[in-house]
Design a protein. Structure first.
Length: 87
């Protein structure tokens, strides 16, 4: 089972000492990543860090994965280019 901590917009408002409306505005602008489940929003704890760091943790992890795959991608491009030269 996934054990990711999630918060309601009201809880995040309390944590960040902001109004609930400000939290909804931040969600709408994409500054806080939230998932709408039915009629309610749930905000993962990692998304709250975005407010402080300017980096969304999910994007950070995706970038790390992309950087790890660059050597494989470059190798595939090199092989394809050499095959095209021989055609």
């Amino acid at each position: 089972m996934i054990s990711t901590r999630v918060y309601t917009p009201e809880q995040v408002a309390d944590i960040l000492q902001l109004s609930k409306n400000t939290i909804y505005d931040l969600i709408q602008r994409g500054e806080i990543i939230a998932k709408k489940i039915g009629k309610v929003y749930r905000i993962p704890a990692s998304s709250i860090a975005f407010v402080f760091t300017g980096l969304d943790y999910d994007l950070y992890l995706a970038e790390k994965e992309d950087l790890r795959n660059i050597p494989q991608i470059q190798s595939a491009i090199k092989k394809t280019r050499s095959k095209l030269k021989n055609v």
